[in-house]
Design a protein around this ligand. Structure first.
Ligand code: FRU
Length: 613
């Protein structure tokens, strides 16, 4: 349908409607001029909402300068399709209505002639359109976990609760399903389960760089000059350096305006992911910043979010150190049943997690407004503690200003080892279920952090599909059917007593022979999660794995709550005392659950399976 015309030295392709087409199918116009082997101009000749950019994931990024009335408005990096189109991404041009829009596209391909460049698949598929289809139809797209509408997502950012609304921003590439063009996307929810997605990024790369991770909070005194109770954000501007920038929200957290005086904090070493809270006692802000390569956290204070004083640093040589330190969070929690409070410092690390790649470690201690002091063991050493014992739990941080004294966290449900290779297309990555954290004292005398599903998650529970009560389980496997509607998504609840056996196994299986094996070891007091045969595992050698969690009990009685979505399993043990989050990509939904015990008999107090609403 394209018309090829010979221009003066350039090759012009127009995708304007061809006269024989019915009016409804008319494509609003674009004029594509191939200027040279690696340079093309795309002029918008008719108005519309989006330019649909055709992407081929295996291709290199093309640099697209978007010119509005002749001025560079933004620069995008897009893997424009060369030999085939994997999917398209929308570039919103409605916001430039009435202005002259030109894309100057610079590619990096090896080619002999301009004629070759014209054959790139993107030039026959690029189009102006008024709609972009974000319908959730990918097989592995979660049914009840937050995902971006399309495109790549990593860390949760700018999480704040205001006026009944949970604001969840996230590291987002609106122009492809791999890490690039880092912006903040945003979704909002009133119940932490149903999310409304904003179609445009709320912070986009600017002259200071891409928008890396950061946090948002309510400014209760108007200290930063944007008004009392204004939502403010701090984020890392990342280009050749990583510096910290401020933004304010004119509308209670839905949109953001970068502060004209940015950056507000610079260091000459790599530091990122600012996370702040208002310290009401001292009438100032406290900021934790990841001093990434130095593998420590820095603490700053400020009266107004614009001028910062370095107060202290923490972590050099402590905890897990086999990777960069990222995405901190610092908050106070009550100790269950003890009437006391302690501070927790979250410290995400990549690589260096317990099963390879990225993971969330934390430290328990005290914070006096200037300095964090970690609890040590009797011998003076600092134990390494992990928040989740799966492979797919990273960049976890909490919502600011959550109601009812809650501390609610959300993580990125993937791992830097293979996040860009997982078998999805139009989107990549989901978030964990929201979790409320607390501190508990384990039989070893130490304090650990529990993560239980946020109370709102109970609202997902549908019909009771299986109810097994009080049965003895030995080496003969007992098999029960799982609900297969809606791709097998379900919640499994199980309570078992293993005082009289060595191991208790729960296996989820499909009829393609794929399975996930979860085993409790009564002697070691550990739970393992084996996904080596869980389905598609060969996209990365780091994906097939067995992860193991300490269960922090000494009575061999375990309760499990397991959330199965289309490509993830989250196992919460003993009310969140141990948690394992692992992705799985079964070719068919798991259709049976098998239980058995080795080395004696186990008592299965109950096994319930619920469908998900
Ligand atoms: C963590 C991280 C952050 C950084 C962001 C960039 O996953 O590396 O440190 O701000 O991702 O996307």
């Amino acid at each position: 349908m394209s018309i090829y015309k010979k221009g003066l030295g350039a090759l012009i392709i127009t995708t304007a409607a061809v006269s024989a087409q019915p009016a409804a199918a008319a494509t609003p116009g674009l004029q594509v001029e191939i200027l040279g082997v690696n340079n093309t101009l795309v002029r918008v000749t008719e108005p519309g909402k989006y330019i649909l950019l055709p992407v081929q994931e295996s291709n290199e990024d093309a640099r697209i300068n978007v010119l509005v009335d002749g001025k560079v408005e933004k620069t995008l990096n897009v893997r424009l399709a060369k030999s085939k189109v994997d999917y398209t991404v929308p570039f919103n041009i409605e916001r430039y209505k009435g202005h002259n829009i030109v894309l100057s596209v610079i590619t990096k391909q090896d080619r002999a002639s301009v004629r070759e460049a014209k054959d790139d698949a993107c030039w026959s598929a690029i189009a102006v359109a008024d709609t972009f289809d974000t319908t959730n139809r990918e097989k592995f797209r979660p049914a009840y976990h937050h995902t971006p509408l399309y495109g790549w997502m990593n860390d949760p950012n700018g999480m704040v609760y205001k006026d009944g609304v949970w604001h969840l921003c996230y590291q987002w590439n609106p122009y492809g399903s791999k890490w690039q063009n880092l912006s903040w996307g945003q979704s909002t929810s009133r119940d932490l389960i149903h999310w409304d997605h904003q179609s445009d990024a709320v912070l986009e790369p600017d002259g200071l760089g891409m928008i890396f991770s950061g946090s948002s909070a309510i400014d209760p005194t108007g200290s930063a000059g944007f008004g009392k109770d204004a939502v403010v954000a701090l984020y890392t501007s990342a280009d050749a350096s990583q510096i910290q920038s401020l933004a304010s929200s004119p509308d209670g957290g839905y949109t953001y305006t970068p502060y004209p005086g940015n950056p507000v904090l610079t260091l000459s070493s790599e530091a990122r992911d600012p996370n702040m809270f208002w310290d009401a006692k001292n009438n100032r802000w406290v900021l934790t910043l990841a001093h990434a390569i130095d593998r420590e956290m820095l603490f700053f204070t400020s009266p107004d979010l614009k001028t910062w004083t370095l107060e202290s640093n923490f972590g050099k040589g402590l905890g897990a150190q086999d990777g960069v330190w990222e995405c901190p969070d610092l908050f106070e929690l009550e100790v269950d049943g003890e009437g006391t409070k302690k501070w927790v410092l979250l410290c995400n690390i990549n690589p260096g997690g317990p099963f390879g790649g990225s993971a969330t470690q934390y430290f328990v201690g005290d914070f006096d407004g200037n300095k964090f002091t970690v609890d040590t063991l009797a011998d003076g050493t600092v134990p390494t503690k992990w928040m989740d014992y799966g492979k797919d739990h990273y960049a976890t941080v909490s919502f600011s200003d959550a109601p009812d004294n809650r501390r609610t966290v959300i993580g990125w449900m993937s791992n830097w080892q293979y996040a860009a290779e997982v078998p999805t297309t139009q989107f990549r990555s989901a978030n964990t279920l929201p979790r409320d954290v607390a501190l508990f004292r384990a039989p070893d005398g130490q304090l650990y952090m529990s993560s239980k599903p946020a109370p709102e998650v109970a609202g997902l529970r549908g019909k009771l599909a299986l109810n097994v009560r009080g049965t003895s389980v030995g080496k003969t496997t007992k098999t029960y059917a799982l609900p297969t509607a809606n791709n097998g998504i379900c919640e499994i609840v199980a309570n078992f007593d293993t005082k009289k056996c060595k191991t208790f196994d729960i296996v989820l299986k499909n009829d393609a022979g794929e399975k996930v094996v979860m085993s409790y070891d009564a002697r070691a007091h550990t739970m393992s999660f084996d996904r080596t045969q869980s389905g598609i595992v060969d996209f990365s050698r780091d994906f097939p794995s067995v992860t193991v969690a300490p269960t922090y009990e000494d009575n061999n009685k375990i309760s499990l709550q397991i959330f199965v979505d289309r490509s993830s399993i989250e196992l919460f043990g003993d009310n969140g005392r141990f948690v394992m989050t692992n992705l799985v990509f079964p070719n068919k939904p798991y259709s049976t659950i098998e239980v058995s015990a080795r080395g004696g008999k186990a008592r299965l107090e109950n096994l319930k399976v619920y469908s998900i609403k």
